[in-house]
Design a protein around this ligand. Structure first.
Ligand code: PGA
Length: 251
């Protein structure tokens, strides 16, 4: 089996002023040259400088969203070509906040995936169910639908990462239990393998939703969990460094 990349990615969302942002990166970079791929999901104004800071390390920078076109009259939008020109490597797509607050549909997210690949970016595709969907038993159907956009991209020739982020765990302090996370990661691998045999074993699947220093080691101890997409806990150097170390300790 191909060895999957282990990734600890921060999703800063709309937080941190420039001095906070860059000193956070400075405090994490010394911890980012191990086996774990460290990714900083920064607000758009920091893409260029954050990427410059990471140039001599193996850390990478991610944008938190992108437009589905490379340029044009779209006031306020962020083009994947610009993200690439700023030397960022990843782009988070389909985050539940984009889906629920900005009404992003699966078909729009699919177009953004294509746009990301066209610009040599690696999409981190977020999927996740709400508490209502989990409680009603439709969680697997929901995730399967969110993943179904991938069938337009067969055979998979461009890299991507999946982040399983149960909506009820995002920013709530409530983390999915390892059993819940592993169950869904296994399901996602099965779905991927149905689409393209073997892909389920090679695509990195991150868990997201209240990952913190105190639960990272347990979550990362499961082979099916290839890392984390970390919101709140990525804003503090000590927390994020401890999460990176939790992954490093699995090697
Ligand atoms: P959280 O956010 O770690 O603060 O729950 C995760 C995310 O939204 O990606």
């Amino acid at each position: 089996m191909m060895k999957r990349t282990k990734i600890v990615a921060g999703n800063w969302k709309m937080n941190l002023l420039p001095n906070e942002a860059f000193s956070l990166i400075d405090a994490i970079l010394p911890n980012s040259n191990g086996n774990t791929k460290v990714v900083f999901g920064v607000p758009a104004p920091y893409l260029f400088e954050a990427s410059a800071k990471c140039i001599n390390s193996s850390a990478e920078v991610a944008a938190q969203n992108c437009h589905e076109l490379d340029k044009g009259a779209f006031t306020g939008e962020l083009s994947p070509a610009l993200i690439q020109a700023c030397s960022a490597k990843y782009v988070i797509l389909g985050h539940s906040e984009r889906r629920s607050i900005y009404g992003e549909s699966d078909s729009l997210i699919a177009k953004k995936m294509v746009a990301a690949w066209r610009n040599s970016l690696i999409p981190i595709l977020c999927v996740g169910e709400t508490l209502e969907e989990r409680n009603s038993g439709s969680l697997f159907e929901v995730i399967s639908t969110q993943l179904s956009i991938l069938k337009d991209f067969l055979p998979f020739t461009s890299p991507f990462v999946i982040a399983y982020e149960p909506v009820w765990a995002i920013g709530t302090g409530v983390t999915a239990t390892p059993d819940q996370a592993v169950e869904m990661h296994k399901f996602i691998r099965t779905e991927l393998n149905k689409l393209s045999p073997g892909s389920g074993d090679s695509v990195s699947i991150l868990y997201g939703g209240s990952v913190k220093a105190s639960n990272a080691a347990e979550l990362f101890s499961f082979d099916d969990i290839d890392g984390g997409l970390v919101g709140g806990a990525s804003l503090e150097a000590a927390e994020f460094n401890a999460i990176i170390s939790a992954m490093e300790n699995t090697f």
